[in-house]
Design a protein around this ligand. Structure first.
Ligand SMILES: CN1c2c(nc(N)[nH]c2=O)NC[C@@H]1CNc1ccc(C(=O)N[C@@H](CCC(=O)N[C@@H](CCC(=O)N[C@@H](CCC(=O)O)C(=O)O)C(=O)O)C(=O)O)cc1
Ligand SMILES: N[C@@H](CCS)C(=O)O
Ligand SMILES: [Zn+2]
Length: 774
């Protein structure tokens, strides 16, 4: 028997991979545009990986034991796992070479699609704003060890003198997150293929061992979630099967570290502990430490995820050290310090934010500061608390400063929330609203509209960047945005849409824009976080009590309304989404924070209504995203989230129409909450699933109006008129005509006008054709 190699006392589960200045985004987008070669992108990527290793080593992570993860990805780590195990859908078979390998162009095509070959579906990664590419696995998917990229990246680091820990999605999570490939027989589930997949993982592990890897990290977040399609007992059985098969004698493989980020392992912890893996990572921010010793743990390293990988507040190191000290009583072979999740959900470095208020900055820890926290705690754990006395005091000071700083608690904001009565959350009856709105709005059957944004052209972004640098005055910038609004209105009128939008050109992002205009938020300059592929956002920092110092959207919306006789839809982002896509204060219940945002939006809605706007949309695309991973926590979440939306919207008159938009298709799963929002019209993604959600709407007897998307905006494809007509014909068969709106799946900001204009034209023609049949 070979003895278990040393696991580092402090390590991180993963690190941002897009680069401090989005170097990877720029390189890969330039490759996609044909402006650079694959070798040039590879060179940028290798440089980024080297810089990451150097930085993490500078911050104190060891290089002689595998504290530094090797966790790079060009687009998505789940797609990377598909590339390693050769699971490329048949429609892309021509892209793989004789060894089953995809080159960078092929890999990109699987991610982005080509012509009628749809890309892999993209969906939310647990309860985060990151999206992964869903593997398609059928009974005949021929798994093979197709790509040794993890080994090459390990070897590259070793050549630089850094012993890294390769990270790959674990086999159970990989199959649990996959969907059955088209044509799979009824009842088939990807997890049924576990036995066939495991030999490929075993081969990868052998190869890593041969290259010199001492540890490998297999991420198994599926084990912390009840939303996985695989039944719980089958999932646990799969854990046993997988890790019995992989955790063989150590002569043939690196030691295995199974990490379970994003929540509580619950019943999966004893099951994992009963296998022969050498280390288990638990999330101690979202999850809990086991109350007593778990059989099997005595032979394992427990990697305690005490530093939050998902939020940016500096840790209370004293409290974290206490947790670590208590864990030592559990009898694990060793306790080491880790992050709760990979750090790729947070920006790189607070030092890269010259414009952030110094006091606020002293409360924050981005990826680099979190790495320092890990190094400090590891020292405290191994050398004793005295060794980190100064750091503990400094962290406590930061925590205390946050408690008392001006703006964190504002009595007038608290008093307003405390004075709310139930009336503030309720509108008139749907019957009365329906009648009054029909009279006021005078819309045709199957009214057509869009979700809000029109293409964010380079000209718009360049103008905003120039305004930011002071090269355009506020007036010049406003003029450019107004010119864009005029173009968007003209286009919509020409195409013949019924309810118009202004196109959101003035918004850098649908959350950041509101954060910039509300008190209680700060925004970053370089705090980019990957959302999917090359797309990033800069999550805002919600640090204090929230209020609205002045109207935000009213002038833009009124200006747009002045250009047309048609109704212009006011466009706001809802409280749940603002919270979901920001870094939110962790010193009070989320529901309290959501209500403060709700009240600020309520004021904005009142002003829009007073300005004569008859339709107001409050987007909540993140309502499903924040749904807790464990079922026992759903009811409390749905209660506060729905109430905050109602608080924002329930102040309007009955003849003002409230829309909401949710860009995902799991309608059935949270139908109760959607009903609870009490919006008059709800638009939802439906095109790619060919209107499957209509069944859920029907089954639930949902009373109000819905706009199932008829145009999949995630693809550059232009849907034909016939295709849209088919979808609409399905829709009118499934639900009452007076409940139906016609719209795309989501906003058009990521698309180009060449795609958007013909797609909208086809939607209007198809709608006219279906109207003629009514
Ligand atoms: C709807 N979605 C959103 C999510 N989360 C959000 N916070 N916002 C969303 O809209 N989550 C779910 C979905 C899908 N996710 C995304 C995420 C990101 C994008 C996207 O298109 N991101 C853009 C960046 C948007 C932005 O903030 N733009 C700024 C800065 C623009 C910029 O890069 N400027 C250049 C200079 C100009 C130039 O030369 O082009 C610079 O600073 O260097 C802005 O407009 O001002 C991205 O490119 O990644 C979409 C969906
Ligand atoms: N109104 C926003 C919603 C996106 S989820 C848009 O159209 O981009
Ligand atoms: Zn959307």
């Amino acid at each position: 028997m070979t003895s278990t190699p040393t696991f580092p006392a402090g390590s991180v589960l993963g690190y941002p991979r897009i680069g401090p200045r989005r170097e990877l985004k720029k390189a890969i987008e330039s490759f996609w545009a044909g402006r650079s070669t694959a070798d040039e992108v590879e060179a940028v990527a290798a440089d980024l990986r080297r810089r990451t290793r150097t930085r993490l080593a500078e911050l104190g992570l060891r290089t002689d034991v595998p504290a530094i993860p090797s966790a790079f990805s060009f687009y998505d780590h789940v797609l990377d796992a598909s590339a390693v195990v050769g699971a490329v859908p048949a429609r892309f078979a021509d892209l793989v070479d004789e060894n089953g390998r995809l080159d960078l162009a092929g890999y990109s095509t699987v991610a982005r699609g080509r012509g009628d070959d749809l890309p892999l579906e993209m969906t939310k990664w647990f309860d985060t704003n990151y999206h992964y590419l869903v593997p398609e696995i059928g009974p005949d998917t021929a798994f093979r060890y197709a790509s040794d990229r993890p080994v090459r990246e390990f070897t590259e680091a070793l050549a630089d003198g850094v012993l890294t820990r390769p990270v790959i999605v674990g086999p159970v999570t990989y199959l649990a997150l996959a969907k059955a490939a088209e044509g799979s027989p009824e009842g088939f589930a990807p997890i049924d293929r576990l036995q066939d997949l495991l030999p490929v993982y075993a081969e990868l592990l052998r190869d890593l061992k041969a290259a010199g890897a001492t540890w490998v990290q297999l991420d198994e977040p599926a084990l912390v979630s009840d939303s996985i399609e695989v039944p719980a007992d089958q999932l646990l059985a799969a854990v046993v099967e997988a890790y019995r098969a992989l955790a063989t004698d150590l002569t043939d493989r690196p030691a295995i570290f199974v990490a379970a980020p994003y929540g509580d392992l619950g019943a999966a912890l004893p099951v994992l502990a009963s296998t022969d893996v050498e280390a288990i990572g638990i999330d101690l921010v979202r999850g809990h430490a086991p109350a007593e010793t778990v059989p099997g743990l005595e032979t394992k390293t427990l990697v305690a995820g005490v530093i939050d990988g998902h939020n940016i507040w500096r840790a209370d190191l004293d409290a974290k050290l206490q947790i670590l000290e208590q864990l030592e009583g559990l009898g694990a072979a060793a306790v080491t310090v880790g992050t709760s999740t990979s750090l790729f959900h947070v920006p790189h470095d607070t030092a890269d934010e010259p414009n952030l208020d110094a006091t606020l900055k002293s409360w924050l820890a981005f990826a680099d500061q979190k790495t320092l926290e890990i190094v400090t705690l590891a020292e405290g754990l191994t050398e004793g608390r005295e060794a980190i006395h100064e750091e503990l005091l400094a962290a406590t000071d930061a925590v205390n400063s946050r408690k008392t700083a001006p703006g964190v608690v504002r009595p007038e904001v608290r008093a307003r929330a405390a004075a709310l009565t139930e009336d503030a959350f309720n509108r008139g009856t749907w019957e009365s609203r329906k009648e009054q709105q029909a009279k006021r709005l005078d819309l045709p059957p199957l009214p057509t509209t869009t979700i809000g944004s029109f293409p964010q052209t380079t000209e718009i972004r360049v103008a905003r960047a120039a305004f930011g640098r002071g090269e355009l005055t506020a007036e010049q910038y406003e003029d450019e945005m107004k010119a864009e609004i005029r173009r968007v209105v003209e286009l919509q009128e020409k195409i013949g849409l019924d309810v118009l939008v202004h196109g959101e050109p003035e918004r850098n992002d649908m959350v950041q824009y509101f954060a910039e205009n509300l008190d209680g938020f700060a925004v970053t300059q370089n705090g980019w976080v990957q959302s999917y592929g090359s797309r990033c956002t800069r999550p805002s920092i919600l640090w204090g009590d929230v209020s609205r110092p002045a109207p935000i959207t009213v002038a833009w919306t009124s200006y747009t309304q002045s250009l047309t006789e048609k109704h212009v839809k006011g466009m706001l982002t809802g409280p749940v989404t603002i919270l979901a896509w920001s870094f939110v204060r962790d010193d009070q219940p989320l529901g309290d924070t959501a209500n403060q945002v709700g009240l600020a939006l309520r004021d904005e809605i009142a002003d829009l209504e007073a300005a004569g706007i008859a339709i107001i949309q409050v987007d909540e695309p993140a309502l499903r995203e924040l749904l807790p991973l464990r079922e026992e926590d759903h009811a409390a979440y749905l209660d506060w989230s729905v109430r905050s939306f109602r608080l924002a919207t329930a102040g309007v008159r009955d003849d003002t129409q409230i829309h909401t938009h949710l860009c995902y298709s799991e309608f059935g799963e949270i139908i109760g909450a959607i009903d609870g929002l009490d919006a008059d019209v709800t638009s939802i993604e439906a095109a790619r699933s060919k209107m499957e959600i209509l069944g859920d709407i029907n089954a639930a007897g949902y009373p109000r109006a819905v706009g199932p998307g008829v145009y999949d905006i995630h693809s550059p494809r232009v849907p034909s008129e016939g295709e849209v007509e088919e979808l609409l014909t399905e829709a009118v068969k499934a639900i009452a005509v007076d409940q139906l709106w016609v719209n795309p799946d989501c906003g058009l900001k990521t698309r180009r006008y060449e795609e958007v204009a013909p797609s909208l034209e086809h939607i209007i023609e198809a709608t006219k054709a279906v109207r003629a049949t009514l």
